[in-house]
Design a protein around this ligand. Sequence first.
Ligand code: KG4
Ligand code: ZN
Length: 356
Amino acid sequence: MKPVLILAIDTSCDDTSVAVLKNDRVLSSVISSQVDVHKEWGGVVPTLARREHEKMIDGTIDLALKRSGLKDIKKINAIAVTYGPGLAPALEVGVNKAKDLALKHNIPLIAVNHMEGHALSALLKNRNGKSYSGITEAQFPLMAVCVSGGHTELVWIEEIGKYKLLGQTLDDAAGEAFDKVARMLDLGYPGGAVVAKLAETGNARRFTLPLPMKDRTDYHFSFSGLKTHCLYETNNLKEEHGDDFAKLIPDYCASFQEAAVDALLLKAIRAAKKKAPKMVLLGGGVSANNRLRSKLRSALKKLNIPLFSPAKQFCTDNAAMIGLAGFFKYQRGEFVQNIKSLDRDPSITIESPDHQ
Ligand code: KG4
Ligand code: ZN
């Protein structure tokens, strides 16, 4: 088959992301972050996200095309766009832009589920065809562990395009818990990466935190109990230690990170033991966490199951992963039939029937 050139757009949350792919190879990936805009509010404000996406989208597309070396959009064979899940006002900007471009230049449109992108992101290759994660060939069935700011999911993948949710969070997502603990410790937003950095120098045994959901035999997660425990405990510690509380922060970060990672491991390993996937793919913002990567890798190694993690730049939101999921849909001929009627769908799951 002739190589397929895909322009991919993701505006599901607070990053305006555009990428150009040649099959599964990333030619360019541009991410215009809005972190500075939302930081002041301690979280993403949907109306501000929309405004910023509108400001950034054209420039980000131009830059991605330029960096890919293609320059001209007319060379593109398909446009892939995230249509959900995510924030409705944010998703709309990407979906509308993709529809406009597809109609204007007569390019086929592919609607992509953001979580499918995260689940497959470890399969991305660089411009020269080298896998970022070290994977040589995907072996099925496989399991994806998707851990982001909005989702925490174990996804069973019988083949690309066939997804079953084995388990998911019943309340907060893992990344959300990292962000909330960061806020309790006055570390800013989003705080996952800052907590992880401070944890490197901390003592994870200093505080004993509860291991959520350990008595349930299913594959679901819960992080709100851990978060509430941290809230009470950090308030008490602040009162008890006054200004010296700052000295406890690295230990607190390490202890929390250990509890969150162990909670993820408990269910991921339980599912891996029971279902014996050929390999496990990690994805989502929290998959940038080194402690999670190394603990999960060693636990899976004991089961002879290899773990593949995305390159750091493809853990958090990016359009390259959307282009990859789009490429697989292109191969299956799954194009949007009526471009004008494509609408964002903020609450779809990875099991939702594909949009065509
Ligand atoms: O996938 P993502 O960019 O957005 C969603 O689709 O939600 O994930 C963002 C999340 C945030 O909650 C952020 O704090 C978390 O990923 N995160 C991390 C790390 N880097 C980003 N959490 C733990 N350790 C990290 N190193
Ligand atoms: Zn995401």
